[in-house]
Design a binder for this molecule. Structure first.
Ligand SMILES: [Fe+2]
Ligand SMILES: [Fe+2]
Length: 283
């Protein structure tokens, strides 16, 4: 209520607060606090760490990406971001600990330094920090196979189609030049499950689904298990996609969440393209 003793022409409205620019430390703390506020713990035994840069850098813009490739770093810089949130490693192994004898390690550090880029890894808690794993949910959404009654890692029914058509659909939907298929291309597929990265993760589903979809698996166990399964009639078909095809989409959608936590900072998702082309053997 206005104080009647003060003439209205002397009342000054409070100017809107200027947007605050957080430091990297403040931004990461806010994201971590939001995950905790959802009832999820933050493990200290994690790869979700500062990979490169400075906790005290000012965050004027944030880029999110599946992987901090050199191209991703350049694109983040081009759109004015100095904090890159990367799901996967920057330095090519899970713990981001390359050999100091590797010249490419130093070249990439120089690239990051040239752009004053800080990289923070968001992997473990990206998968477990929410009610459902958003990485696989967004992937399912892209494939058009979300079923609210089935958990991300369960067996789900899909419209019946030959394996060949299912494979083509996956390649197109995930913007990949190719996928690899083990199984009769004419076999009709009515259900599928995720196998993530290895044979062990496939085994719970082999007696209950027509197809297992896996990303970047070990060929000598998973591929050969499914090949033997085709001959012996015990296993479903297998479609292998790249690691990027499996997880690019979760990081591309991450700005939706980050923006709700860090409302004063522009956030952009960067699409990481497939890392390979396909050369077919001559007929
Ligand atoms: Fe992941
Ligand atoms: Fe991954």
């Amino acid at each position: 209520m206005t104080n009647p003793a003060v003439p209205t022409n002397q009342i000054r409205s409070t100017p809107p607060a200027a947007p605050t620019t957080p430091t990297v430390r403040e931004a990461v703390d806010a994201l971590r606090d939001d995950i905790r506020s959802r009832g999820n713990s933050w493990s200290e035994d994690t790869v979700d760490l500062l990979i490169h840069g400075d906790w005290d850098s000012q965050v004027t813009g944030i880029a999110t990406a599946w992987m901090a490739t050199a191209e991703t770093v350049e694109r983040a810089h081009a759109v004015g971001c100095k904090l890159l949130i990367s799901h996967e490693p920057t330095f090519w192994n899970h713990l981001d600990r390359p050999s100091p004898d590797d010249a490419l390690f130093w070249r990439k550090r120089e690239l990051l330094d040239a752009f004053d880029m800080t990289v923070w890894r968001f992997h473990d808690h990206h998968h477990v920090g929410f009610d459902i794993d958003p990485v696989f949910h967004v992937l399912l959404d892209r494939l058009g196979w979300v079923d609210p009654d089935v958990p991300s890692m369960g067996v789900r029914r899909i419209a019946p189609a030959p394996l060949r058509e299912v494979a083509e659909h996956i390649a197109v939907a995930l913007d990949e030049p190719a996928v690899r298929v083990i199984g009769d291309p004419d076999r009709v597929i009515r259900s599928f499950a995720f196998g993530v990265h290895d044979l062990a993760s496939c085994l719970p589903y082999v007696s209950s689904t027509d197809l297992v979809l896996i990303g970047e698996t070990t060929e000598w166990d998973a591929f050969e298990y499914f090949r033997d399964g085709q001959l012996l009639g015990l296993s479903p078909a297998l479609i292998e996609i790249s690691h990027r095809a499996l997880e690019n989409w979760g990081s591309l959608a991450l700005p939706e969440w980050v923006s709700t936590v860090l409302t004063d900072v522009p956030v952009v998702g960067i699409d990481v393209p497939a890392p390979f082309s396909v050369v077919r053997a001559a007929d």
